[in-house]
Design a protein around this ligand. Sequence first.
Ligand code: FES
Length: 110
Amino acid sequence: MTGRLHGIGSAERQSPTVQFYLDGKIVTGMVGEPVAMSLWALGERTLGWNEESGEPRGVFCNIGHCFECRMTIAGQPDQRACLYPVREGLEVRRQPRPSALTIVDGMTRL
Ligand code: FES
């Protein structure tokens, strides 16, 4: 899949930029900034979906504690995008959206 996204404010960016991939699309970020912040600057707020509810997930704490920003980065699932530095050619993917709401009650597990 090809395509290019240009972020809001990208023209004003002063630091050297790198190109990386979000779900196969070429996007830009600034050297050394966290993946989540590169995506935030591009207007990408949904970084994945809750495994149970299917609701969108994104940056919450931005300091590596909550794990709400988990993405597959460089082929490794569940990487915290708020901590992972962007680099040239990095492949970033949103983790699969659950196909259906799965409700498991405590009695079923017994
Ligand atoms: S936003 Fe909380 S761990 Fe990344």
